[in-house]
Every structure is written in C-alpha cells, then in structure tokens.
Design a protein around this ligand. Structure first.
Ligand code: F0G
Length: 461
C-alpha cells in the first residue's frame, strides 16, 4: 500500500458474500423484549452489524478455504498438524506445540499441570477465562497492569504494560515457590485491547527469569501487538511484523493461544512450551479430553486454516488496515463527542458509558442500557463490560458496581467494510444526541456466576 494515500483501503476484494438482514424498529423492539434486554439472547439473524466479539467471527481467505480442501484427516501424524507446527515454530520458536479446540482449553490444560492450590499467577490483566481457570485450580489470578492502564481517559502508548515494581513486590511478598509462572496478555483485552511494549516484555522476562519463574504469553492478539510496537516503539519502524513477533516470543517460555483471534480462523487454539516434562504432562491431559496430540480437538482442515491464517495475519498491508480501521471508528466517535477509552485498542473501541450517560447510576447498568440502545436504533450488537458483567451482588440485595462501565465495539477481522463502519458511527451519533432520554435497566433473573450471559432485564420507567 502506498503510504502517501490518505485512504486506507481494505487489502482484499470480496469473493463470497453473506446476506445480512434489515429489520424494522418494531421487529427489534419485539426481539429485545423476547431476549430480556440481553443481547446474548438475540438470534444473530436479527442483528445487522455484529460487534459482539472478534473471536472466531473473522472472514477466511480464499487461500485458507483452499488449504482446508487438502486438510489431512488422519487420526495420528496428520500432515496438517506438521504444517501447523512449522508455522507456529517459525513465529514463536517453542519446542512443543499442542493443538486444542480453543484458547481456554489450552489454559485449562496448562494450569491443571503447572498451577497448584494456594499459588499466585501475575498477569498484566487476566482475561475472564484465564482468571476462571486459575481460580478453578485453587490459585489466585493477580492483575498488575500499570496505573495508566486503569484510567480510560489517560493517553499512554503502551497501556497494557505490566507494572514492574508491582511484579517485584509480588514476588518478594508471595515468594518464588508460590509463583508457578508470570503471564503477559498481548494485547491486554480486559484493559481495552491495549498493547505491551517490547521493553516491557523484555523487562518482565528478565525479572521472572532472575527468580527462575517461567514467562507464559497469552498470545491471542500477538500480531496486532507487534504492529503497535512497530508504530510506537523506537527502533522497530523498519522491522517486519514477523521479526517483531519472533523477538517477543524469544523472551518467553511458552504461550497459550486462541486461533479464533490472530489465527484468523473460526475455531482452534494451541499451547506451546519449551519445558519437555511439562509438555509431556500437558499431552497426557490433552488425550483425556481434547484428543490425540497431533489434532487435539481440531479437524485436519482446521489446522490448515490456522497455519495459513498465521502467515496472513503478519502481512503488513493487513495489519496497517486492521489497526487503522479501528482508529478510524474511534476518531469519528470522538469527533461527535462520544467518550471512549483512549487511545483505541487493536481489536475494539470501548465507549465510556459512565461518562456518556452520567444520569444513569451504575446500579441501573448504564453500559447495558447503551448497548440496548445501539441495537434498538440500528440493529448493532455490542457487548457490555461493566456492572452487569462484573458487579458483585451483596447479601443485603445491593451490589458493588464494576470500576468501569464500558461498551465494547469489537471488530471482526476482514468482515465489514468502511461503509458498514460509517453506518455504525451514524447510529451511535444518533443515540448520543438523545442520550439524556435513555433510561437504565433492572435485572429480573440472574445465574450465580457469569450472569451476563443469561441474565434477563427490564427497562426502568
Ligand atoms: N485470552 C484472551 C486475551 C481472550 O481475549 C480470549 C477470548 C481467551 C483468552 C480465550 O480464548 O475464546 O478461544 O477460549 N476472548 C473472546 C472475547 C471470547 O470476546 O474477547 P477462547
């Protein structure tokens, strides 16, 4: 792509199309009522632009579909496994590659083998499934992101960085024997999709290794993180994304990966490790629930799609378009006065609903109220990351609210064009213009954990 042009075009043309359905306001009102004002309960067919997640929702390339046709479905020793293993080793360099059906399966297998009751696992910010799997193993998942990473309005080039002093203190207080690993999530999804700098990866690795603790990377969005390093960190402007990724992983002892993100695939994941004994233990567990070590819960064709996806995700034209198009949405929202987490992340723009809907108290779920309005106005589905997801019900019936009330507009990879995004901007601008008339919600039904998936709500008068 010639950088002297102002317009960043999609670096692909469309070969297959999938129709999306336009709905009437009455239809959407009825759909909301039936879904109990919980967007997870909508039929996806009733959604025009689906920004719920970037996980498994990307479009595959003609080369990926082509590779799938020649996938090797052998139970053991599939050629497609060896292709996937080679692609992963080329980028990440770890000696053992263990395929899984998705990211959380890699997490469960790793933590079941390496984490014991009473231990502590530090991370910049644990993603929900990572936290849940560590807690399930009886250990504590501790978030040590830098203070800037907790403040939506504060600009910092690498808001996903780990607080190095806090890491040292944690090691001193908890003791080396109770820290089985240090983790870094690239990019930091729960903190707004914010990147981690190479200097921070290097420093975290050094501190962990000084104490003989392994560093494991949650690599879901490693390619997007590599591009941010190239753009924002001195000395990387002329490096290829592959080289940057290789350097990141050279500081680590292993990784967990959801190939549904930067694997550009609809399903899949893997665990990669250098430690021979640990890898053996993980493979033993893999056989119990996922499958034989050369397919681990995946079809041969899935492994082909991931191997091809891992090559395409590091192409410069793709990454430039990917990161630029997310920033495009963010800039347009700011231009119409919508408050967002700054700077925008790689895979998503997060609207600060607390700042936008100041008249709705956290107890009335302002971020959920905003997400419902986006659907009501224009058929857009986003996801609430606020008190409906993280609020803690108290015995007296009250609730401790979440720190932040965010609505995540998550951009699927290679799916929507600029005109889709222009429409999203128009819808949000309209909702913003009538924000004072938006009312909060009340929960009428909830499950004891992960309630946001199934809760039912009703609008407050
Ligand atoms: N780690 C991170 C940073 C993630 O964002 C996710 C998934 C996982 C691990 C788990 O991977 O879904 O393949 O089991 N994030 C999705 C999201 C679900 O919407 O952010 P998985």
């Amino acid at each position: 792509m010639d950088p002297s042009f102002r317009t960043i075009i999609e670096p692909f043309r469309v070969k297959t199309v999938e129709q999306i359905k336009f709905t009437t306001p009455d239809h959407r009102e009825e759909a909301l009522r039936e879904a109990g004002y919980n967007l997870f309960a909508l039929h996806a067919e009733d959604v025009l632009i689906d920004l719920l997640t970037d996980s498994g929702t990307g479009a595959m390339s003609a080369k990926q579909w082509g590779a799938m046709m020649i996938g090797d479905e052998s139970y053991a020793g599939s050629r497609s496994f060896y292709r996937l293993e080679a692609a992963i080793k080329n980028i990440m360099g770890f000696s053992h590659v263990i395929p899984t059906h998705q990211g959380r399966a890699a997490e469960r297998i790793l933590f079941s083998s390496a984490v014991k009751r009473g231990q502590v696992v530090p991370n910049n910010t644990h993603f929900d499934t990572t936290r849940a799997n560590i807690e399930y193993a009886g250990a504590e998942a501790r978030d040590l992101v830098i203070p800037e990473g907790r403040q939506p309005g504060v600009i910092h080039p690498f808001k996903g960085n780990m607080d190095l002093e806090a890491l040292r203190q944690t090691i001193a207080e908890v003791g080396v024997e109770r820290i089985p690993m240090v983790m870094l999530t690239l990019t930091n999804n729960s903190g707004g999709g914010q990147p981690v700098s190479m200097a921070n990866v290097r420093a975290v690795s050094q501190i962990a290794h000084e104490h003989g603790i392994p560093l494991i990377i949650d690599a879901c969005r490693f390619a997007e993180n590599s591009w941010f390093i190239r753009q924002r960190e001195e000395g990387y402007a002329d490096k290829a994304p592959l080289e940057i990724a290789q350097e990141i992983f050279s500081y680590a002892d292993g990784c967990t990966m959801s190939a549904k993100k930067d694997g550009l695939a609809n399903i899949g994941g893997f665990l990669a490790l250098n430690d021979d004994a640990l890898a053996q233990e993980c493979r033993n567990l893999l056989i119990l629930t996922e499958g034989f070590p050369t397919y681990g819960g995946l079809a041969g064709y899935d492994m082909e799609a991931i191997a091809q996806g891992l090559e395409e995700v590091l192409e410069e034209d793709y990454l430039r378009y990917r990161i630029r198009s997310t920033a495009y949405l963010a800039e347009a929202l700011q231009a119409v006065g919508v408050p967002i987490v700054e700077p925008p992340g790689g895979h998503a723009v997060y609207i600060d609903a607390k700042a936008m809907l100041q008249h709705i108290p956290p107890a009335h779920y302002p971020a959920q109220a905003l997400a419902v309005e986006l659907y009501r106005e224009g058929g857009i589905r986003a996801v609430e990351i606020g008190s409906m997801m993280f609020g803690k019900p108290q015995p007296d019936g009250s609730e401790t609210p979440a720190v932040l009330e965010l609505v995540r507009l998550t951009i699927p990879r290679r799916v929507y064009t600029q005109s889709h995004i222009d429409y999203v901007i128009e819808v949000i601008a309209r909702v913003n213009a009538r924000r004072d008339s938006i009312r909060g919600l009340r929960i009428t039904h909830q499950a004891p954990f992960l309630r946001h998936f199934t809760a039912r709500l009703e609008p407050l008068a």
